[in-house]
Design a protein around this ligand. Structure first.
Ligand SMILES: [Zn+2]
Ligand SMILES: [Zn+2]
Length: 248
C-alpha cells in the first residue's frame, strides 16, 4: 500500500507543509497541504477525504480542494466525526468564509458531501476497509486505519498520551502507525495543555507500542524539528519528511 507524505509538519513555513497523507493515490488523510503540493489532475483523482479533526492545520486546503472539484463538475466525499462536520459547516462553509458547497450546484447533488463516521465503525471502499478509532486531542478527534487485505496502516493524527490506544491497534493486527510528536522535552507543559506529545511523552508512550513493525512520527513544530530529531535518536522510529513516499 503506497503512502505519500504531502505534508507532515505541525506548523507552516516555506519548507514545512501541513498534514496531508495520500494513500494509494485515492484516499486523503487530512487536508492541510494537498492543493499546494499536488497538481490539479492528481487532486481530481482523489476519491475520498478523511478528516481527523477540525483544527486549521488539518483542514485549511479543504475549501480549495472542494472548489477545484466543483469547477471540474466532480463530487468530493469527506468523512469526519459529527463534531468536525458541524464545526466546518458553521465556521467555514457558511457563505461568509467560503461558499456552502454542500448546496452547490444544488442540494440534491452537491460538490461537497460530508459523511458522518462513528467510532468503532468500518466502511468498505472497493478493496479497502477504513476503521475509525478514538484519539486524545479535541472532542470529536478520530484516527483511521486503512486496510487492504492483511496490509494496514493506522494514523492517529494529533493525540495526547493514552493507555489503551496502542494495545488496541496492535490487537487488531496493525503493524504500522503514523503518530505525532510536536514538541521537545523543554515544552512538555505546552504539549500537555494543547493535547500533543512531547519527546518526553513519546519516550513513555513508545514503551507501550510493542508489536508495531513501523512507527512513523509526524507533526513536529518547525521551530523544534532538529531538537525533536536529537531527542528521539536511538528509538526505533522514522521521523517523516514532506515528500516521503513509502509502502507498507
Ligand atoms: Zn489539532
Ligand atoms: Zn495538528
Amino acid at each position: 500500500m503506497k503512502i505519500e507524505v504531502l505534508g507532515c509538519s505541525g506548523g507552516k513555513t516555506k519548507d514545512a507543509n501541513l498534514p496531508s497523507f495520500l494513500i494509494e493515490n485515492k484516499f486523503l488523510f487530512d487536508c492541510g497541504s494537498v492543493c499546494s503540493v499536488l497538481p490539479l489532475e492528481r487532486q481530481l483523482e482523489i476519491d475520498s477525504v478523511f478528516l481527523s479533526h477540525s483544527h486549521f492545520d488539518h483542514v485549511c486546503d479543504l475549501p480549495f480542494l472542494v472548489d477545484n472539484f466543483s469547477i471540474a463538475g466532480k463530487k468530493l466525499k469527506v468523512y469526519a466525526s459529527q463534531e468536525t462536520i458541524t464545526t466546518l459547516k458553521e465556521y467555514v462553509f457558511n457563505g461568509k468564509i467560503w461558499p456552502d458547497f454542500t448546496e452547490i450546484p444544488d442540494a440534491e447533488s452537491p460538490s461537497l458531501k460530508f459523511v458522518k463516521v462513528n467510532l468503532g465503525e468500518s466502511i468498505l471502499l472497493g478493496e479497502y476497509k477504513i476503521d475509525f478509532f478514538r484519539v486524545f486531542h479535541t472532542k470529536g478527534s478520530i484516527g483511521f486505519i486503512v486496510w487492504k487485505g492483511e496490509k494496514s496502516i493506522a494514523y492517529t493524527a494529533d493525540t495526547y498520551r493514552s493507555d489503551g490506544l496502542w494495545r488496541d491497534l496492535v490487537n487488531l493486527g496493525v503493524k504500522s502507525v503514523i503518530t505525532e510528536c510536536s514538541f521537545p522535552e523543554e515544552r512538555k507543559d505546552l504539549s500537555k495543555i494543547s493535547n500533543h506529545l512531547s519527546t518526553h511523552d513519546f519516550r513513555e508512550e513508545i514503551k507501550k507500542m510493542n508489536g508495531f513493525e513501523n512507527i512513523f512520527v509526524f507533526h513536529t513544530k518547525p521551530h523544534y524539528r532538529k531538537k525533536i530529531e536529537e531527542e528521539l535518536k536511538g528509538l526505533n522510529v522514522k521521523i517523516l519528511k514532506d515528500g516521503d513516499v513509502f509502502e507498507v
